[in-house]
Design a binder for this molecule. Structure first.
Ligand code: ASP
Length: 347
């Protein structure tokens, strides 16, 4: 056996990777992960020491919520000094939301936090789970020649690609190639070797402590424009008394229909302190609000650019900022600067 190089904590939250078929219903349900890996000889051969911390009730990731994000942060904080890195096993459905949220909740992260999962359960013959899990463990334990972690940021590893977590999005509900980051190159590509693109990986200040944040404010909504959108519906949504933030999915480079009522309701909402972020409905490319008159009108109404953010990241960042400030202008200014590599601003 090879000498152990590093120690990684596996945090099993649930998801297909650890599920099995319920013989009565035929549906997939979460299993005990400790039990599953105890029956996999590959784990005994890994050169990295692994411990497993599993949610007391593993979930399908469609049940993920901000309280459970804060639970994950607690687990990482509680074990931070004892491990070289963390691998979070998570369902694919909301993995990009969790990765985005953790990137803001773990400020000045100095260790790898790699989320992974699979499209087929790890105990099935054609599973993609074993490769995803084993490579994620290797990445979480990888170090630079100076001994610092190779990837000290929140990432998603899936099907040969290491992606910045707050840039990733689920692109396929069937294929093994389930994630990509259209506005950011991969941080590493795993083939015969793992090729790290070191120039793209974040370099935190290793002398500063990691600062955890636990609070998220989910008084937010994602609102998608479409041809024929009705004034009554939009007014009703924007009048919602607790609403504090909106991720508005616009057309192309941040464009919107030039409807006077739409601009008026948006302006009124912005003046009431609701933070409205403009994110494109396109899978790739940034918002450039001054490019077409519709986008320009949105800008005049007080809507701010989300640049090239994913929807998952914009909503998580908004929830994080709203939980820590009641000053709408401050939140708008923070939304317009990258906090941990989540947006690209070319100005
Ligand atoms: N429904 C599952 C989940 O997100 C799908 C998966 O794991 O891929 O938990």
């Amino acid at each position: 056996m090879l000498p152990r190089t590093g120690r990684v904590l596996l945090i099993y939250t649930g998801g297909t990777i650890g599920m099995g078929l319920n013989p009565e219903t035929g549906a997939l349900e979460p299993l005990d992960f400790n039990h599953l890996i105890a029956r996999m000889p590959e784990f005994a051969q890994l050169p990295t020491g692994i411990d497993v911390h599993q949610f007391s009730e593993p979930i399908d990731s469609s049940d993920m919520d901000p309280k459970l994000w804060s639970r994950i942060v607690e687990i990482i904080v509680g074990h931070y000094d004892h491990y070289d890195g963390f691998v979070i096993l998570h369902g694919t459905d909301t993995m990009a939301f969790t990765a985005s949220a953790l990137s803001f909740m773990l400020e000045n992260l100095t260790k790898p936090v790699i989320l992974t999962g699979s499209q087929l359960p790890v105990n099935q013959l054609r599973t993609d789970g074993k490769e995803n899990l084993i490579t994620s463990i290797e990445i979480a334990a990888a170090r630079r020649p100076d001994g610092t972690p190779r990837v000290p940021e929140v990432c998603i590893y899936f099907s040969g690609k290491l992606l910045r977590g707050n840039r990733a999005t689920k692109i396929n509900s069937e294929g093994f190639n389930a994630f990509d980051s259209f506005n950011m190159p991969h941080l590493a590509d795993a083939g015969v070797n793992i090729i790290y693109h070191d120039d793209l990986i974040l370099h935190p200040d290793f002398d500063l402590p990691m600062t955890p944040h636990f609070a998220m404010d989910s008084s937010v909504v994602v609102f998608t424009l479409f041809p024929g959108i009705q004034e009554e519906t939009v007014r009703y949504l924007l009048a919602s008394p607790k609403l504090r933030g909106i991720v508005m999915r616009t057309y192309g480079s941040g464009n919107a229909p030039q409807l006077p009522w739409l601009m008026q309701v948006l302006e009124e909402a912005c003046q009431r302190g609701i933070v409205i972020i403009n994110i494109t409905q396109c899978a790739a490319g940034p918002v450039e609000m001054a490019r077409y008159s519709g986008g320009f009108l949105l800008q005049n109404a007080g809507v701010i650019s989300g640049y090239d953010s994913t929807v998952e990241c914009a909503i998580a960042k908004l929830m994080h900022l709203l939980a820590h400030s009641s000053d709408a202008d401050f939140i708008r200014s923070q939304m317009n600067r990258p906090l941990c590599g989540e947006i690209t601003i070319n100005e």
